[in-house]
Ligand binder design. Sequence first.
Ligand SMILES: Cc1cc2nc3c(=O)[nH]c(=O)nc-3n(C[C@H](O)[C@H](O)[C@H](O)COP(=O)(O)OP(=O)(O)OC[C@H]3O[C@@H](n4cnc5c(N)ncnc54)[C@H](O)[C@@H]3O)c2cc1C
Length: 466
Amino acid sequence: MSNKGHVPTGRHRVVIIGSGFGGLFSARALKRADVDVTLISSTTHHLFQPLLYQVATGILSEGLIAPATREVLARQRNAEVIFGHVNEIDLERKQVVAKALDSTETYDYDSLIVAAGAGQSYFGNDQFARFAPGMKSVDDALELRGRIFGSFELAEIAAAAGRHDEVSALMTFVVVGAGPTGVEMAGQISELSRRTLRRDFRNIDPTVARVVLLDAAPSVLGAFGDRLGSKAQQRLEQMGVEVQLGAKVVDVDATGIEIEDQDGEHRRIESICKVWAAGVQASPLGQQLAEQSGAGVDRAGRIEVQPDLTLPGHPEVHVVGDMISLDRLPGVAQVAIQGGRYAARQIKRGLAGEAPEGPFRYKDKGSMATISRFSAVASIGRLRLSGFVAWAMWLAVHLVYIIGFKSRITTLLHWAVAFLGRARGERTSTEQQIYARLALERLGDDFTPSLNLDRNAGERVEQTVG
Ligand SMILES: Cc1cc2nc3c(=O)[nH]c(=O)nc-3n(C[C@H](O)[C@H](O)[C@H](O)COP(=O)(O)OP(=O)(O)OC[C@H]3O[C@@H](n4cnc5c(N)ncnc54)[C@H](O)[C@@H]3O)c2cc1C
């Protein structure tokens, strides 16, 4: 079905793909522009990815870090929000095709901003995902929450029945990737077991849970430099996290993980709950845009954009955020936010008949990673901070970027409960959260979710599953 000229006002039509940092901030920057904005995204929320690990470990609820995009943009009269997964961009026709369940719509644009982000990369071993979920979406975080808390539950049963080998595998948590997400995740699992859960069980002692942080690289938090990396490693080790570096993951299955060490030796860690926090792969839309425009893509599928974030021969198309490869810019929120705002400014300048402002210049505002409550590392300009001061800065910066006053206040309360006290208010998980990935895998690619509620739909699904 074609839906040409979706907002029929005759104004310049800006289509934005993605409701993450790049998409949302570019839409907001167009608030006062004389344009019609159509923001299309495959999720109905704006996800604050840096706090996903707190959803996975029971500190925050998913709603606090993923407000409805429609609500965020409700007061922006020139913007509409469309739920849909874009699977086709036609640069010649200036059209975008998006699918929501079994309905397909086409949207025309005059300007396009593509901010579809990146997914998890398993470096060519996608079969690992089944046993070691990544940390990219609300689904991932909720599935991990179920697996983490569920492992303690199963360990309690196994311990009561005297199955001690099982207990040890259930109480060994392996986090792959010692970047900020891996460090935060390992630190939080350790705090969870040693503080929050320590009195909750009768047959196991959660404080002896083993938390292993693995990386093939020789250091923790490589991008933060040696000094902060060593500080982070020291703090993790004080908390009981085993840091194993130069350790390459070669296989992952339901009950463990196979590792090749630097000397070529192979070993195995028995562990039921594994978390994958290594590697990203840009949205496949990057490849599509590259084929049509002649731009290159790097190994992570990021598209090589022009210095003004446009595509060669297509000044009307900007690509921003995690999808781009330009001047070795990192995949962080500020690159997406500043890129989104820059793209919006170029569109406004073009409409006002002004010359473009020149190449995109990223202002590095620094990077931070938390390790535990009251402890973080921060690298801001020449400043290298660690410990409580860095943690207080981390807290302030994250509060500023959480969308909405209500969410900020509630997040602050949840943090007080978790960091000053010992409790975590978001420990609920459902069977669907834990098993949905496996169930969808079983249904296979032929399964198309549909709201076409005809009587035989259920039977057809059963036939597909066989
Ligand atoms: C666990 C984790 C922790 C992080 N921590 C930090 C941190 O502490 N500090 C920091 O600066 N950065 C951090 N990052 C990185 C930061 O979140 C990203 O750099 C940033 O989100 C990139 O913004 P983006 O707009 O390019 O993509 P995203 O925010 O990923 O948004 C992509 C959007 O596109 C939508 N989309 C994708 N494909 C399609 C499609 N085909 N059709 C329609 N919509 C589509 C998605 O639903 C989403 O709304 C973290 C990332 C993760 C995963």
